[in-house]
Design a binder for this molecule. Sequence first.
Ligand SMILES: CSC[C@H]1O[C@H](OP(=O)(O)O)[C@H](O)[C@@H]1O
Length: 350
Amino acid sequence: MSIPTPIEWQEGRLKILDQTLLPHQTRWIELETIEDVFEAIIQLKVRGAPAIGITAAYGLAIAAKKYEGVDIETFHLRIHEDYLYLAGSRPTAVNLFWALDRMMKVIETLYSTEETIISLEQEAKKIHQEDEEICRQIGENALSLLNGRKKVLTICNAGTIATGKYGTALAPFHLGKEKGVDFQVYACETRPVLQGARLTAWELQQSNVDVTVITDNMAAHTIATKGIEAIIVGADRIASNGDTANKIGTWQLAILANYFQIPFYVAAPLSTFDFSIASGADIPIEERLAEEVTHIGPNQITPEGTKVFNPAFDVTTANLITAIITEKGIFEADRNKLAQLNKAEEGVRA
Ligand SMILES: CSC[C@H]1O[C@H](OP(=O)(O)O)[C@H](O)[C@@H]1O
């Protein structure tokens, strides 16, 4: 696979692939401060639930270095403020909070500022490295579940550049290419930010995966006329009952999958599950700036003063989800089944 992973940590310096410039520019930018990290996340320079978590973890490691030499009590106060700052960047992807909470757990066990600064960097690197293997495993499990179905529809970008490597929903396509299993992927362009048209098309082309971009309103006609055999999507937060928040437009694909009687799969790591909430009704849905809808690039497409509703996510109810593919296996979107997963992994998920 020749796609660059979107995040690099080299000798204490954090660099990300600026996804707002893809597909026409591949530009790496350095995030030197916690403010740089916050802005990169909120402006979608780095995006995708796992990638947001990894970057925020490095952001906390960067912030900690400012406090070299202060007493541990002052360190704890200031790093907690930094935690709250980064947690305020985007509300829906639970991986952001999962990663930040995991970083803060490191702090609880240490009593010297210098030791804590070192340990925070080590923990951020662990979160990053673990994600690559987790996504590869999700890809393996998805490949086995797809089991010869080759025509697959997806939305947004749940690929390598949304994670540490491989991606989640796109992982079977990248891995399949490495194993000689060729898919025909149909990618919804994903208005308004166009993650499908800009990022998934670019990413799959880098792996020589057959990809066709459609506009979001072509989904039903495409399923009917192109013989789509399955739909696979990523996730930003999965509630205890299996309700799943993902990019806006995902819910209607699940409704179409149900109508056309084809499987609808969610691919996500354990870090995307939020067992603290009962159902999708409890998932905060990010609303973004009107300009994302009123403009395409610099070009305004609506009349001046047009009202806009711009939710970045929607919630697919568990009854519409055929299966949830994780690194630990494949699960029904069922409260009791997922409760067993939660119990089995409680320690692992920290
Ligand atoms: C592998 S998680 C990717 C997930 O995140 C995306 O949202 P955004 O581009 O706003 O960060 C989308 O919901 C993807 O499914």
